[in-house]
Design a protein around this ligand. Structure first.
Ligand code: HEM
Length: 385
């Protein structure tokens, strides 16, 4: 992966990829420019991909794929329910859930950290936040895995391949729609003061979210909010194993953990690239990108741009400032970044406190997700003392 990113970076800031039929933007300045200009670089791909009823309903509250002004209205509505106070208030529960998950493997000196902690922690947090039964979490995990890593997802932009990939995930989308619509209808009867109650009550200029918009948002939260955080936890453990001197420094000075987490985010961004569609001909770094092109803003290479990062190929947990683009930039900047950071801080801290040593005994046994879509472990066997 690191070699692939290096090759991309060395190929220049802006380049047309003949094989994939899309534009690659690799430098920090270019990626920032793309993400900062939604009027030119749209997030709405609905005109490019085939329309299917299941996806139409799913898309309505899913504002990561929207442009202004619809994006702004939805994001503002949803922000009313998902405030910094709500996130900060989750801290004791996240501590407790992490503790319980690690208690469950307390008698083992070898276990799969993905199964034990990295998968369940973010799912349980989101399920509790949404007020859906935590016992359904196996199903949520399967849904997210299918949507992110289903056969052929993200591997080709050829229309026939896209259609085939969408067909393969349509049943999952239908099942999710049904599940959350039922849940929301139940909640309307007795909204309460949880996230769902606040979503139902949120109002901007007299507008409220309808059921389908809530379904879209909740599905977005579930998918965007858990597998990415799983990725961050796993990537942290993998990277600290690879750079033991960094891990030793953290054990000696745990106050450095927040900076270390930023460096893990820079080093292995869970979403290595973000797609946009041009709405007009546009010039970038001396190249003219025609209207209606797909542009990939490559976060992984931007995070290693020597113009912005001293010694970009050195993993440095003391790096500060660290202007990585792993949570995106501009109007779509990750909504869940404070939650992801909080979960990572608590989980990695508890791992360090509980175990005097944590190692990956056999790197060959670490299994990755589909790296075309997400940089994350699927299996992470560890040995602890
Ligand atoms: C948007 C990354 C965790 C919810 C984004 C974007 C990125 C990202 C790159 C921008 C997408 C774009 O511009 O097209 C990550 C990473 C995470 C993480 C790396 C963990 C390490 C979370 C969590 C939640 C969440 C925990 C929810 C609780 C969202 C939402 C958006 C978003 C709702 C859409 C924002 C918008 O379109 O305005 N995320 N995310 N993310 N993320 Fe995250």
């Amino acid at each position: 992966l690191l070699d692939r990113w290096r090759t991309r970076r060395e190929a220049g800031p802006v380049r047309y990829d003949e094989d994939q039929k899309l534009w690659q933007v690799a430098d920090h300045r270019g990626v920032t420019a793309v993400l900062a200009d939604p009027a030119t670089y749209s997030s709405d791909f609905s005109g490019l991909v085939p329309t299917q009823e299941d996806f139409e309903t799913f898309r309505r509250g899913n504002f990561v794929g929207m442009d202004p002004p619809a994006h702004r209205t939805l994001r503002t509505l949803v922000s009313q329910a998902f405030t910094p106070r709500v996130v900060a208030g989750l801290e004791p529960r996240i501590e407790a859930i992490t503790g319980e998950l690690l208690d469950a493997v307390a008698d083992h000196d070898r276990f799969d950290l993905a199964d034990a902690l990295a998968y369940p922690l973010p799912i349980i947090v989101i399920a509790e936040l949404m007020g859906v039964p935590v016992s359904d979490r196996g199903m949520f995990q399967d849904w997210a895995t299918t949507l992110f890593a289903g056969d052929g997802i993200g591997e080709s932009l050829d229309m026939a391949d896209v259609e085939q990939a969408l067909d393969s995930i349509a049943p999952t989308v239908r099942e999710m729609n049904g599940y959350f619509l039922d849940h929301i209808r139940q909640q309307r009867k007795d909204p309460g003061d949880g996230l769902m109650g606040r979503l139902l009550a949120a109002e901007v200029d007299g507008t409220r979210l309808d059921d389908q918009e809530i379904v879209g948002f909740v599905a977005l939260l579930l998918v965007a909010g858990h597998i990415t955080t799983t990725a961050l936890l796993g990537n942290g453990v993998v990277t600290f194993d690879r750079y033991p001197e960094a891990a030793a420094l953290l054990r000696a000075e745990p106050g450095r953990l927040p900076d270390a987490i930023e460096e893990v985010l820079r080093w292995l961004p869970p979403f290595p690239e973000l797609g946009r569609r041009t709405t007009r001909d546009v010039e970038l770094a001396g190249r003219t990108i025609p209207a209606n092109s797909v542009v990939m803003a490559n976060l992984a290479t931007a995070n290693r741009d020597a113009d912005r990062f001293a010694d970009p190929d050195v993993f440095d947990v003391t790096r500060s400032p660290n202007p990585h683009l792993t949570f995106g930039h501009g109007i779509h900047f990750c909504f869940g970044a404070p939650l992801a950071r909080l979960e990572a801080r608590i989980a990695l801290r508890q791992l360090m406190d509980r175990f005097s040593a944590l190692a990956i005994p056999c790197r060959d046994e670490v299994e990755l997700q589909n790296p075309a879509v997400i940089v994350s472990v699927r299996r992470l066997p560890v040995e602890v003392r």
